[in-house]
Design a protein around this ligand. Sequence first.
Ligand SMILES: [Zn+2]
Length: 497
Amino acid sequence: MKFLGISAAIVSVLCLTQSVLAQEGATAPAGAGGASSSYHCDPNACKLPNCLCASQSPPAGLSPKDVPQFVTITFDDSIQAKLLATAHEMLNVKNPNGCPAKGSWYVSMEYTDFSLVQQWYANGNEVADHTFSHVGNPSAQEIAAARAMLHKYAGIPLGKIKGFRAPFLNYTADTLNEISKQGFHYDTSSTAVVDDCYWPYTLDNGMANDCWTGICDPDKVKLPGVWEIPMYAVNDNASTPQLMDVYLAGSVSDVTAWSNANFDRHYNGNRQPFGIYVHPTHLTTFPGLEDPSALKKGVVDFIQSLAGKPDVWFVTNEQLLQWMQNPVPASQLANQSYMKCELPNTGKEICNGLENITISDAGVASSNLLNACNFNTTNWGTCYNCPSVAPTLEQPTPEDHVQSNDPSYRHPVPDNCDSVWWDPVAGACLCTSSGCAYKDVAVPVNTSTSSSKGGNAVSSGTGQKPSENADNNAIGLAPVYGLVLSSVAGMIATLWL
Ligand SMILES: [Zn+2]
């Protein structure tokens, strides 16, 4: 266990004259990392496509110089119009095959506009689960409720909701066991620092990151076929690992310098994926809050600078896993089906999250076809039926507002059609070729509150794990000042390690 960054943490605690936002920069814990002594994996027994040992080297024996440098830009918490616009600014770069960069969004349900979730998905980005009400160490119901709502109100096929990230990155062995039970393909809540900077790996032999918490005890987590995509920390100039919202941890020029140095460590080394982990709320202008335009420009400029380098690909975590399961040299990536970007041409305007691509300048995607669901505290659009009452954790998908014999009834997306091809008004799948055929074989969603709850089999180390410190801010805008305290408490906790 190392003691990285303690002095920096003290400085941060003392520097309360900095802006509030700067205090929220999520800092990976002092003491994170270090190779696990309890992790054992036999590469002769654990083989692709469904098993891979944790390793700092690229999969399949590929040489680092031949593999793509993947960059994952991920977004957390609710999807709202202004936040989505910020995300699009981050992704305004192209991959070497000419397709636009794609990103992953870990969506929590409160304040989320489901019509925008569908729009994000329909344009080739990834939608993943970040629980219903954004709680650490989430119950089974918290995870299942989000999955159910993303499916019902945003039309995301259950089989396309493959990823999970724990709120505040506060996960336990129970969390990982639960997401396996619910059929998720991967978790991305753990931290990788220099010593445990592993490529994604499967949990057949347990966890190999965050071992200082005890999570790597192979008796606690053993989940064949479930992938762990560690979040890759950026070391600042005091060697303190920064994880989420790195741009809040220093001046734009300092953060750019740290980011470049860490990117080069990956790019010129073993080419482990490089992550940029964003809470869009910090980079979005809201009345009455400090203008984050300069911060945003720093991040956007950094992303643009990466886009100019050979073999750099901006992918979703799910695209990354498609490559991990069947690794090909960078020279062949452009032609892989999962890297293509052709949008479906349905031939008519349907409520699928896409603008009608046969008639240009349709404006906001399918806006005239959206239903508006209005409740006291939450208002959102959907291509599907509004619920009769506001969803709750216990009842995330209440009875529809209209009956199925009502002329305005919207037909739910069936398991034999991807929602980009599904016309919910007509109840028809417009896919007519094998190229767009889809069959969803996901584990059905179970939001029965009698299902098992996540428990506390492993100490969650709350306050010591790297955390999405700034997270509450993304749910509403009011709790900004409370975050200073919680952030400081988190930093002080790291001093005791
Ligand atoms: Zn979050």
